[in-house]
Design a protein around this ligand. Structure first.
Ligand SMILES: [Fe+2]
Length: 244
């Protein structure tokens, strides 16, 4: 009896409903290093729904390693939506993508192929973690010129940006929005990423937050992050999550 009571309490304590909208995850099956099967996808999306999320904008990698295009992502997205319906899940699933700055993406961009964005043509992008791509400023300018709003995924994770506040500020001045990974606050990527995350929050430099959830383990970390003292602080920022 006591055990059941404890279990029930523990289960109901998962409440991320104040966030409601997630903008970064890998929940479409077998497209990248995220979920592998429809069953995994449905189970994980159900966890988001149970935790109070009402909308998930998922974002499969478009990357030299995961050669996705708008077409194959949209096709897997439609299949997943059908499975969600069959499972009785009413949460609003949408898809964008996470574009890695590499030749696979640049060819699509330069050839004016369809790119998957969310809200006001927000384009989520990432770079390699070690060295800033030489073309980054030029790409930002071109994206803006074409009417996209570049959103840098997890700026706190790039070694070349950590402790580089001047460059981070410069990117924002060029029109880049920052999307923080909430699990950075739970130490998911080490102490330096966690510190950088706190600094970006303190300086009001975060416009969007996301889970970047690939699997069950990362969903557990999201719950851990929601107990971090900086979680309340980030939620008090004028996040665009609440407007899309
Ligand atoms: Fe991601």
């Amino acid at each position: 009896m006591l055990m059941w009571h404890w279990f029930k309490q523990k289960k109901s304590s998962i409440d991320l409903s104040f966030l409601k909208i997630d903008v970064h995850s890998h929940l479409l099956p077998d497209l990248d290093d995220g979920v592998k099967t429809f069953d995994e996808s449905i189970n994980l999306i159900k966890k988001f729904e149970d935790a109070g999320f009402t909308k998930l904008i998922t974002s499969p990698h478009v990357h030299e390693l995961y050669r996705n295009t708008a077409q194959n992502i949209l096709s897997r997205f439609e299949e997943t939506k059908l499975k969600l319906k069959e499972a009785g899940i009413t949460l609003d699933l949408q898809t964008a993508a996470e574009y890695n700055v590499d030749d696979w993406f640049l060819n699509q961009f330069n050839n004016n192929e369809v790119l998957l964005t969310f809200a006001e043509k927000y384009l989520l992008f990432e770079t390699n973690f070690f060295a800033e791509p030489l073309i980054l400023n030029d790409l930002i300018f071109k994206l803006k010129t074409k009417g996209f709003t570049p959103v840098m995924a997890h700026p706190e994770r790039y070694f070349y940006l950590q402790k580089q506040i001047a460059r981070l500020e410069d990117l924002q001045q060029r029109g880049v929005y920052f999307q923080l990974n909430l699990v950075s606050l739970a130490g998911a990527y080490g102490p330096v990423a966690e510190k950088t995350a706190r600094e970006l929050i303190d300086r009001n430099m975060i416009q969007l937050v996301g889970s970047d959830c690939h699997n069950d383990l990362q969903f557990e970390l999201l719950k851990k992050a929601s107990k971090h003292k900086y979680f309340e602080k980030v939620m008090a920022l004028p996040l665009l999550n609440f407007t899309i």
